[in-house]
Design a protein around this ligand. Structure first.
Ligand code: NI
Length: 175
């Protein structure tokens, strides 16, 4: 079991653009270990907070396009996911994120999306997601592009968690 630290909003790692996993690397020990660490870290978060549905590799500091979803209605690992279709119909979601836990904010999401991705066997998959899974995947895939759901409300780079703020101050970095 490898529970990793969750990268906090304000850390530049969360703003990097994640690289796709090359097809030949999907079965590698490195990718398998990344998937295991994501799942372990997600489960640990769920154990502590009694909530949480998904995590993206940049949130444990790995700049790779891998997302792990695990909650009662869905258990999925998505490698190199791309949203290929979005419904015009939107809905509002009270969202939150492990990387700035403690904040809850209302964001607009597409009701229905189509996502293409590779599974852990490197097989191309296509998924039509609606409602809760749709908004969750939109959130997690944003993490792969250096985005955060809260950017939909607040200009990027103008908000961080208290924990990160204190760490930066302790390092003597002026804000
Ligand atoms: Ni998040």
């Amino acid at each position: 079991m490898a529970v990793r630290n969750i990268v906090q909003l304000g850390d530049p790692l969360l703003r990097e653009i994640a690289e796709p996993v090359p097809l030949e690397d999907i079965g590698s020990a490195e990718t398998q270990s990344l998937v295991r660490d994501l799942r372990d870290t997600l489960h640990e978060f769920q154990r502590i907070h009694l909530t949480g549905r998904g995590i993206a590799a940049p949130q444990i500091g790995v700049c790779r396009q891998v997302v792990c979803i695990d909650y009662p209605e869905a258990s999925l690992v998505l490698i190199n996911p791309v949203i290929t279709e979005r419904s015009d119909e939107m809905f509002g979601v009270w969202d939150s994120c492990f990387s700035y836990w403690g904040m809850v904010f209302l964001v607009p999401r597409h009701r229905l999306i189509t996502v293409e991705y590779l599974d852990t066997d490197g097989v191309r998959q296509s998924l039509v997601a609606e409602g809760a899974l749709s908004e969750l995947l939109q959130h997690e895939i944003e993490h792969l592009h250096g985005q955060a759901a809260i950017d939909l409300l607040i200009p990027a780079g103008t908000i961080m968690t208290q924990q990160q703020f204190v760490q930066l101050q302790e390092k003597g970095l002026c804000l």
